[in-house]
Design a binder for this molecule. Structure first.
Ligand code: FAD
Length: 471
């Protein structure tokens, strides 16, 4: 199957951009902004990807306003780049062909919570922490927790996950339905609130992970979960990352229902100690959490303790108080920033491979040896219960030799994961920087099918052009 070739995407001419900006100013007043600082904040600001600002940023408040922006852009074939909180790592929000950034931060209504059905409907600008604040008194929570307090729209669009995914799944498992403004300005509802459905193609999951390339998400129906009766968290040191990974593999294979199981190598523990003052022994460490009843949590912890000892790990230390637990997980969520303490002034590079769980120890250990041989400062942290880990090289971007060394390391990391039947990205998404790996990961036929879909839904290539698939 071949997609008809797209005309090459070009930057609209200045007159077209000026017309679109004038129309947006008329319709949105001071909710259409062209200052350079604001435009730059809406392009990529993290890692080594350059900043490519849009021509204008607009702040709609309703689905109808999003429709108006998209229709205007469609009429002039001007790019549209949806924006949540801008915490994506791979140049997702860059505007390489200019155009209009649609910032959803003024679409923050929690439209409905249905405690009896364990679901809710939210607008895309609500962040994960804002939703959980709202839900807490109802005894409910939304488990997907990327390290940043990202928008739920951005999390849907990147198919995000986090530390709880080993127990609760990723965004792909927790979205029931979406409202989407498609590239021609139509409003599509992808599904209803039923927990399951066999009614036709699964449009919800087509848009989950589409990174703004197929439409703008304007409301989201999410699954919710009851706050567990008992929660306990702890840390467990290991003599090596390999031993820690072996313990994780056995934990998962034995069906122990861990809620969180996260690896930090010794370098990352050092960073966390410097940044969050945890005072942990600087050796590879697993951070764990168990959810259940008082007795089941105790039993799970005991069983994990036994597995840890088999691999030379322990002692397993528990944080029983809620404040201590929160401090531990906040420190875990802050590792990206903590790593900078290892090399102040460096630029941090995000990587995100994921392999089948049985290959985890091998993949992490080979990667560790590669880091050593490369002479890079590159701590490791991972959602290892899913086989997903991040190596975070800290480099001097002004040293071309070091940049080249780091690039070569990242290529080998991805090749290693793909050779182990894994993926170049477990949760961050493709954006601009991982496009080059998709053919090796999916093969030409699957990639062509993605192009066919993109072409059919967005024939003028206005939706976040230059991302996911090269056309
Ligand atoms: C410190 C730190 C830790 C992180 N930890 C994790 C982690 O553990 N797990 C993880 O998965 N990610 C993690 N991330 C990455 C990032 O937080 C996620 O990718 C997140 O889902 C991005 O959400 P956002 O609101 O910032 O989206 P943005 O960066 O604003 O946008 C991301 C993409 O989604 C599209 N988009 C945004 N809103 C919409 C919408 N309404 N409709 C259609 N498309 C839209 C954009 O066009 C873009 O392509 C981390 C990032 C940081 C900085």
């Amino acid at each position: 199957m071949n997609a008809p070739a797209f005309a090459p995407r070009l930057r609209p001419d200045e007159a077209t951009i000026a017309t679109v900006i004038a129309e947006l100013n008329k319709r949105f007043g001071n909710r259409a902004v062209t200052s350079l600082a604001v435009r730059q904040q809406h392009a990529n600001t993290l890692t080594w990807t350059e900043n490519q600002p849009p021509d204008v940023v607009v702040y709609p408040q309703t689905t109808e306003e999003v429709q108006d922006v998209v229709r205007l852009c469609a009429a002039h074939k001007v790019p549209v780049v949806p924006f949540g909180t801008g915490t994506s790592f791979e140049g997702h929000t860059n505007a390489p062909y200019g155009g209009v950034s649609i910032d959803t931060s003024q679409m923050k209504r929690i439209v409905a919570v249905h405690p009896d059905d364990l679901d809710c409907v939210v607008e895309p600008g609500v962040t994960r922490k804002e939703l959980n604040e709202h839900l807490r008194d109802l005894g409910l929570f939304f488990p997907i927790d990327p390290g940043a307090d990202a928008s739920l729209g951005g999390m849907v669009a990147t198919r995000a996950s986090g530390t709880n995914a080993v127990r609760y799944g990723t965004m792909k498992d927790n979205v029931l339905a979406l409202t989407v403004v498609t590239p021609n300005g139509e409003v599509v509802k992808t599904a209803r609130r039923a927990k399951k459905s066999s009614a036709g193609y699964d449009l919800t999951r087509l848009f989950v992970g589409s990174e703004g390339t197929l439409g703008v998400i304007t409301d989201i129906t999410l699954k919710l979960h009851g706050i567990p009766e008992a929660v306990s968290a702890g840390v467990c040191p290991f003599p090596s990352v390999e031993a820690a990974c072996e313990a994780v593999i056995v934990t998962i294979q034995s069906g122990l229902p861990v809620a969180r199981i996260e690896l930090l190598d010794a370098a990352m523990v050092r960073g966390v100690n410097l940044h969050s003052k945890l005072g942990l022994p600087e050796t590879p460490m697993l951070f764990l959490e168990f959810h259940g009843t008082e007795s089941s949590v105790k039993e799970q912890a005991q069983r994990f303790g036994e597995i840890a000892v088999e691999y030379g790990g322990g002692p397993f230390e528990w944080a029983t108080k809620t404040e201590d637990r929160n401090r531990l997980w906040q420190a875990r969520h802050d590792v990206y920033w903590a790593a900078y303490a290892l090399r102040p002034g460096a630029v941090s590079i995000a990587t995100d491979v994921c392999v089948p769980i049985s290959r985890l120890a091998e993949c992490v250990e080979e990667t560790r040896q590669d880091i050593e041989a490369s002479g890079l400062i590159a701590p490791i942290v991972g959602h290892v219960g899913d086989g997903n880990f991040h190596v975070q090289p800290l480099i001097d971007p002004n040293d071309p030799e070091e940049v080249a060394r780091c690039r070569a390391f990242v290529e080998r990391l991805v090749e290693r994961a793909l050779a182990m039947e894994g993926t170049c990205t477990g949760e961050h998404g493709v954006g601009q920087r991982k496009m080059k790996y998709l053919e090796a990961e999916h093969g030409p036929a699957a990639l062509e099918l993605m192009r066919v879909l993109k072409r059919a839904i967005d024939p003028d290539n206005i939706m976040n052009p230059g991302k996911i698939v090269a056309l």
